[in-house]
Design a protein. Sequence first.
Length: 337
Amino acid sequence: MSKNIIQKKSGDENSQSQPNKKNKIWTKPFIITIIVVIILGFISLFTGAYDIRGQEDGMQMFFITRVPRTVALMLTGAAMSMSGLVMQLITQNRLVEPTTTGTIEWAGLGLVFVYLIFPAPTLVQRMTGAIIFSFVGTMIFFLFLRKIKLRSSIVVPIIGMMLGAVISAFSTFMGLIFQMTQNIETWFVGSFASVQIGRYEYLWLIVIVTFLIFIYADKLTLAGLGEDVTTSLGLNYNKIVLVGTALISFAVGVVAAVIGNLPFLGLIVPNIVSMYRGDDLRTNLPWVCLIGIGTITLCDIISRTIIKPFEVPVSLILGTVGALIFIIILLRRRRLK
């Protein structure tokens, strides 16, 4: 009898210590991941068609193009992965991210309207239009979800992609009428080829968004448990969703204005992290940002070397890899059922 009690107590202690280990951030795997991301960053700095070591202005070009591009990769990877994680918590759906909810397409529509109002818009004007339309579009998506009774894991992203397809078609229609097709096509081809000093600095605003999400992490995690649970704990569910949507829209709008469309990054990274670490936003956020940075940096390195000395858009590599992982996640969920 006493042996059974001792075994039960030791089992309870083990079960209690297990979550504590899982919630730790500075673990050996995390440090290894940091080292891998740093190595990818160094490879990115020295990858490209221009020979920075063999030319007289090599060091100058290094700081004009290579350093800004690598920094932009890191900030963008963190932004899109983080946006996907927050959106999945709010919607309680693993298959949701800015690409599968139409948020990125709304940002593109915002850019179209900015070009209509201002023939030669500044980066701030493009960002403002993308952020406002991203926010409005995401809120429309949430309104759609409230009206739909059947909210299975597959139905929700299908609704988002259908909504995004309609918005994308409308953007293309507007582009054809007002002869802005070239601007729209440039946006749809997400690429870091044009990033250089003076053209990426607004991406640093993503650091502020990350900080705010980290502060708001506990409330967003509670919102992921559902409206009833959040309300029973004395919190305003609608306010939390509104703040979360505003932060997502800001991050997506900045990336859309500076870089363009980057599909599936916010889907694959949070899913990989959640598989191993659960749904605690505060402890998952550093992991999501880090793996997002590594993923997009690796895809960009491949895009620059696959047909060297030319490069393909990073969105092509990211979309291909993301689509494959998206299918794997769908098949895995079907097997679990």
